[in-house]
Design a protein around this ligand. Structure first.
Ligand code: NDP
Length: 283
């Protein structure tokens, strides 16, 4: 039986330490770190995410602001809102919640965010800096994944790491981060031939496909660390991951559950990035 990596608990502990660091920073500099989230339209899932971000930011002692815009907002007006936030010294982190309504070019909006306030880490400057090993904002879900892997106490250096999925928001940045930790990294995707033979090499397996319960025990090396990024629905409409947890638990050394694994870490890393941004701006 594998050890279950308790993301909920690790996120809660990390939030406590961030809250302490925020208080110390405020005491030392008189500056309160601030995160502003821009939410456009009425997407139900986005409303829930944004409410959680708003609350967790305030709980950490930071300024927490949400700008809610109508789905009919024009691209020019949205860009003007972003520009205003870029100029606002009390705002250290800007996050434009995706997806944006059709008719708005998301890339254009994300590219307009000042890279020094891009706490989501999606701006091309941060993506480029991460890939060449320079100081960058690391996207929150990948940053959380590395924390969860480290929480096992196993070293990453020299290990075979396989990531299934090559999206810009998960797969590719996770690969960059594991490379920085000196793992030997393979990225698999939908055109990969004989996936089980690739994933079975992995001491560390990160799965981000969006396919419910796609990874079975046949994919997993005995004792591997298995990180499940997926947020899917099973045949009973119950939340599940990309990894068939019950099946793989017998084989994996460590495994994240869904829910309660990667998900809770994402907002925590957003708070940490906002604090880092405030610290940098104070220097
Ligand atoms: P994308 O849809 O952008 O990417 C999916 C990736 O999986 C693609 O690279 C695709 O390959 C690959 N893939 C699809 N089918 C196969 C297959 N049969 N074999 C191997 N690879 C395959 O997804 P995201 O990265 O955005 O998200 C992945 C999952 O993670 C989703 O469930 C999402 O909800 C979840 N997620 C969770 C977050 C959290 O905070 N917990 C945050 C972000 C995402 P190809 O490139 O060839 O098409």
């Amino acid at each position: 039986m594998s050890h279950i990596i308790n993301g909920k608990q690790i996120a809660a502990e990390t939030q406590v330490s961030i809250t302490k660091r925020v208080a110390e920073f405020k005491e030392k500099t008189g500056i309160t770190p601030g995160l502003t989230v821009v939410l456009v339209g009425e997407d139900q899932a986005s409303q829930v995410y944004v409410r959680n971000k708003e609350k967790r930011t305030a709980d950490a002692g930071m300024n927490s602001e949400v700008i809610r815009l109508d789905a009919t907002v024009t691209q020019a007006d949205l860009l003007a809102v972003v520009e205003k936030l870029n100029q606002d010294e009390t705002v250290h982190g800007i996050l434009v919640q995706l997806p944006l309504p059709t008719g708005i070019d998301s890339d254009l909006v994300l590219d307009a965010i000042d890279p020094t306030k891009d706490v989501d880490g999606f701006h091309p400057i941060n993506v480029g800096n991460l890939s060449i090993g320079k100081e960058a904002f690391v996207p929150c879900t990948p940053a959380g994944i590395i924390r969860l892997i480290k929480s096992t106490g196993e070293s990453i250096e020299g290990k075979e790491a396989v990531i299934v999925g090559r999206s810009n928001i998960v797969g590719k940045p996770v690969a960059q981060l594991l490379l920085q930790e000196n793992a030997t990294v393979t990225i698999a995707h939908s055109r990969t031939k004989d996936l089980p033979s690739v994933t079975k090499r992995a001491d560390i397996l990160v799965v981000a496909t969006g396919l419910a319960k796609f990874i079975k025990k046949e994919h997993i090396k005995q004792g591997a660390i298995v990180i499940d990024v997926g947020m899917d629905r099973d045949e009973n409409n119950k939340l599940c991951g990309d990894v068939d947890f019950d099946d793989c638990q017998e084989v994996a050394g460590f495994i994240t559950p869904v829910p309660g694994g990667v998900g809770p870490m994402t907002i925590t890393m957003l708070l940490e990035n906002t604090l880092i941004s405030a610290e940098r701006s104070a220097q």
